[in-house]
Ligand binder design. Structure first.
Ligand code: FE2
Length: 307
């Protein structure tokens, strides 16, 4: 795709309008209709794979449900790995809180490395894309969230295809897009723990174009610890997004993930409501999260089962 024919070029309104029309035509709010049932990941059949791939093509995300889960968490985790692998998510990013197999178990916890990060508490988690603080060479393009056990109450996931956020911003004011594509749009200060820098400051664009021609978004709605480029279009674009989260949008999908359900996506925008956990350790909310350098593969021929 040449730059001028990209729907993300501000010089090409025709390409943008064509792409926009298709995105909006396919959109549905009915999350339940989007779930794809997977009975056996070892023999993911071509129609299941086609359905997953088509969903990712249209919505940047797909929802699935394991219909024959194991009673053992560890076995289900292997299945999650296998699903990711079959959909081209293979280069997994190992963050400091990840398990040895690099999938991260998300549970209310205080154990090593997880020092009070909100994902490991039951507090509301604000809108973001994963790895917004990563350096460009470790950009998170794909993400997987799998629910092994839901919370007792709450813990609803809210999701928005970042392509739709782009459309809303560009329709409001194309200058917002120009501002958010600027390489200095957003700065995340260094992560310093007990006087030691464990991650350097990261400055970069909010919207960028992946080598495949797809749109990537790097974003956090946190108001603390984010430095926005100091000009009017940037500040207005940030306010526009904050208002979207505050006032809601028909393009936000909502779902409380149940046991053995998951989402596989091209790192779309997401957040989570607060929740109440069980007092029983065996029944505490448990999610597996994978962050990948790859985007979800939309090639149907790539169906090799992992060794
Ligand atoms: Fe996240």
């Amino acid at each position: 795709m040449t730059i001028s024919s990209s729907p993300f070029s501000l010089n090409s309104d025709t390409s943008y309008q064509r792409w926009r029309e298709k995105k909006l035509e396919y959109f549905t709010q009915d999350v339940h209709s989007l779930f794809i049932e997977i009975n056996d990941i070892a023999s993911l059949n071509s129609s299941q794979k086609k359905a997953l791939v088509n969903q990712v093509k249209h919505y940047n995300m797909a929802f699935y449900r394991f219909t024959r889960p194991s009673n053992h968490d560890a076995t289900n985790k292997i299945k999650v790995h296998a699903l990711a692998h079959q959909l081209g998510l293979r280069r997994i990013d190992k963050n400091i809180c990840a398990d040895d197999d690099k999938l991260t178990s998300i549970m209310v916890s205080q154990h090593k490395g997880q020092h009070n990060y909100i994902p490991y508490s039951n507090k509301r988690l604000s809108w973001h894309t994963d790895g917004y603080y990563n350096e460009p060479s470790n950009q998170i393009n794909g993400m997987l969230l799998h629910c092994e056990r839901p919370a007792k109450t709450g813990g609803e996931s809210l999701l928005m295809d970042h392509d739709l956020a782009y459309i809303l911003l560009r329709d409001e004011n194309p200058d917002y897009i120009k501002a958010l594509m600027h390489p200095n749009a957003m700065t995340i200060p260094a992560n310093v723990l007990k006087g030691k820098e464990i991650r350097a400051e990261q400055t970069g664009a909010v919207f960028s174009i992946h080598p495949s021609g797809a749109l990537h978004m790097r974003y956090s709605a946190r108001t603390r610890n984010i430095q926005w480029r100091d000009n009017s279009p940037t500040k207005e674009a940030v306010t526009f997004l904050q208002n979207l989260w505050k006032n809601g949008s028909p393009y936000i999908l909502k779902h409380s993930m149940q046991a053995h359900e998951g989402i596989i996506c091209n790192n779309v925008l997401h957040c989570r409501t607060e929740f109440t956990d069980s007092d029983d350790l065996q029944k505490k909310r448990l999610l597996y999260r994978g962050r990948y350098l790859d985007r979800v593969s939309t090639s149907l021929s790539d169906n090799q089962y992992p060794d």
